[in-house]
Design a protein around this ligand. Structure first.
Ligand code: ATP
Length: 460
């Protein structure tokens, strides 16, 4: 229970609203200010804290004044988290559980089709997917801004389906920042805390701390109209940080920024999460943003989850054709193919002329798919310039590419060509002499390939 911060919190409690579960309360006057030295854990229903060497466990009574008591508790809980974020001590759990969540709009539109998802405490989870896949709807249901058709959402172990947004202890950062134009930066950041009656000195302390973290201290007196897009975005993040909520929700927060600023702010968001560790759910349609920010990425498509996993896992071991094609830039090449039985092992026929020997390590896995129309998935970086060394590598085969377009990128060169009518991209060394119209020998590393069953859409 040692959090290692100074006694500095005063919690006003009305004794009539409490039951003491494990400590002296009887001696308290009817309205009392408790000096909390080390808040341990709290929830809207109960609180455990240490005051002057005595541990108290209080249970909230179902009293008419519940809301008032709850807001005190929320304040305490937020403050404790804020302190812990600055002292690095352990925080109470703030995981989000999404259970069989369905969202149906009028006209039988099923935007979210029975999603199950666990967001761990401290985790940075990114929801990514194409436009209309349901990611914003899911985020808004977590925030309480969208009604749930069926299923349950839990924050910190408590079902919040019927809890209004302001009582969910979440902070949301929107794409359009939603700053108050008539307030300066300080007041914009402080506004939510003022509404919650946080003492003025504490508001200043929190705003200053967040402003320092985001490098906007010199902008605190400015109005939003005198800020650049990136600065406004920082203020919007600062407003969320000062709240010290259980959960941050980000809805495409960088999409209004230009490409350079987006990359810069991406790093800032990552830094902030490394500093405050708040559980975060982040929505984007940009798979690079998803890969760079996330502890785990959730790929959504048409209201369902295609795959959940750490970025590297999604990249190297996609479970479905959709994930294989969505994650990675340039995208994975997907080519119709057929697995054939050869005298010396399995072969992969792309056309009548292009038949490649499959690595023996894949024989058992691909044997059930012999003679069925399948898809070969191979990333551009696994189609590289062919050289003497390539020949000696097991599982690496030669393919002659009729070069269509060459794109020098500096560090690498993209070579585009067609197999039948399917466009293929290879990533070669910039020193490779590649010219449109020529045949370029490429090394295809089939140890890195994926075989997809087009009927099920699954990688086999
Ligand atoms: P985007 O990246 O374009 O914001 P998204 O993945 O966030 O897309 P949602 O905004 O969650 O997608 O929408 C999911 C689906 O629900 C879409 O088909 C959309 O048209 C539909 N939808 C969203 N809001 C409503 C509404 N109020 N009424 C009816 N259908 C809606």
């Amino acid at each position: 229970m040692a959090y290692g911060f100074r006694p500095m919190w005063h919690l006003p409690i009305r004794a009539s609203n409490w039951d003491s579960a494990a400590a002296p309360l009887g001696g308290l006057p009817s309205y009392h200010t408790v000096r909390v030295e080390a808040p341990a854990e709290s929830s809207p229903r109960w609180i455990c804290y240490t005051s002057q060497s005595t541990t108290y466990v209080l249970r909230e009574r179902a009293a008419p004044r519940q809301r008032r008591v709850r807001s005190h508790l929320q304040l305490l809980s937020s403050f404790a988290r804020f302190m812990r974020s600055t002292t690095g001590a352990t925080e109470p759990m703030a995981e989000v559980s999404i259970r069989k969540i369905v969202k149906e709009y009028e006209g039988n539109v099923q935007a979210v089709k029975g999603i199950d998802l666990e967001v761990a405490d401290h985790e940075f989870l990114v929801l990514v997917g194409p436009s209309g896949c349901g990611k914003t709807t899911l985020l808004r249901m977590i925030a309480g801004l969208e009604e749930i058709t069926s299923g349950e959402i839990l924050i910190g172990g408590e079902i919040v389906n019927d809890v209004p947004p302001r009582d969910r202890d979440i902070a949301m950062v929107f794409q359009n920042y939603a700053l108050y134009p008539h307030m300066n930066v300080f007041d914009n950041m402080a506004f939510g805390l003022k509404l919650r009656h946080v003492p003025r000195t504490e508001i200043k302390q929190r705003v200053d701390h967040a402003a320092q973290m985001l490098d906007i201290t010199s902008l605190l007196d400015r109005k939003p109209r005198a800020l650049s897009g990136g600065q406004r975005q920082r203020v919007a993040m600062g407003r969320a940080i000062v709240r010290s909520p259980k959960v941050f929700l980000f809805d495409e927060p960088l999409s209004n920024l230009d490409a350079k600023l987006r990359v810069q702010m991406r790093t800032e968001i990552k830094k902030v999460h490394q500093a405050v560790h708040t559980t975060t759910v982040y929505v984007t349609h940009d798979q690079v943003e998803a890969m760079t920010l996330a502890d785990r990425v959730v790929v959504m498509n048409q209201g369902i989850i295609e795959q959940v996993g750490p970025p590297q896992e999604l990249y190297h071991a996609p479970a479905t054709q959709f994930v294989a094609g969505f994650i990675g830039s340039p995208a994975m090449n997907l080519l119709p193919c057929r697995v054939l039985n050869g005298t010396d092992g399995l072969r992969l026929a792309l056309t009548n002329d292009i038949v490649l020997a499959l690595p023996p390590s894949r024989t058992e896995r691909y044997a059930p798919y012999v003679d069925r129309p399948m898809l070969l998935g191979i990333r551009p970086e696994h189609l590289t310039q062919y050289d003497a060394e390539s020949e000696s590598r097991s599982g690496v085969v030669r393919v002659n590419a009729p070069v269509d377009v060459v794109e020098p990128m500096g560090m690498e060169t993209m070579v585009h060509f067609f197999v039948d009518s399917v466009a293929v991209c290879a990533r070669v060394d910039p020193t490779t002499p590649a010219e449109p119209g020529q045949s370029l020998p490429l090394a295809a590393d089939l140890n890195q390939m994926h075989l997809i069953d087009p009927d099920s859409g699954r990688v086999v």
